[in-house]
Design a protein around this ligand. Structure first.
Ligand code: THU
Length: 161
């Protein structure tokens, strides 16, 4: 038997002012997009913005539904939007921000399990790591250079044969 270990590193910044210009610009777009959330059930407003390989920015927000499982996270709204509007164009980075029902928004949130699987799909499809920039409307920012590292031992298209 051998023990295998999984490690990953991410960057923690005190605030948006410490970020590189591209990351800061993307985070500003994600923060703005929280305002477009359709979240009448959870009142948890999430905004996401992706930077494509050609520099274009595509943003989106969460879309809820009275039948709760039919809702979509902001991250997957953006992934589907990029994929359908700009087929063949890979994503380079995505920023995600939010605001909860109490207005609290001073620490980063992490993508849910389904979104992690979706990021995995796009990284695999385009052979391009997606950089994640995660932050509330203020405060700390986490940068994860490779979204796939949030889902170790992932199920991928390779297994389908
Ligand atoms: N949500 C996102 O849009 N992204 C996340 O990373 C976490 C959760 C949404 C789904 C639902 O509309 C609401 O936030 C509460 O879970």
């Amino acid at each position: 038997m051998i023990k295998k270990e999984f490690k990953f590193f991410y960057e923690a910044y005190d605030s948006i002012v410490e970020l590189a210009k591209e990351d800061a610009g993307l985070l500003i777009e994600a923060r703005k997009s929280t305002q477009n959330a359709y979240a009448p059930y959870s009142h948890f407003q999430v905004g996401a913005a992706a930077r494509l390989m050609n520099g274009l920015i595509v943003s989106g927000s969460n879309e809820e539904n009275a039948s709760f499982p039919a809702g979509l996270c902001a991250e997957r709204v953006v992934l589907a939007s990029v994929s359908s509007r700009y087929p063949g164009l890979a994503l380079k980075a995505m920023a995600v921000s939010y605001q909860n029902i109490n207005g609290d928004s001073d620490r980063p949130i992490f993508p849910c399990g389904i979104c992690r699987q979706s990021f995995q799909e796009y990284e695999h499809r385009y052979k391009q790591p997606i950089r994640l920039v995660l932050s509330g409307l203020e405060g700390m920012v986490f940068v994860i250079p490779h979204a796939g590292s949030l889902l170790p031992l992932a199920f991928t298209a390779e297994e389908l044969g």
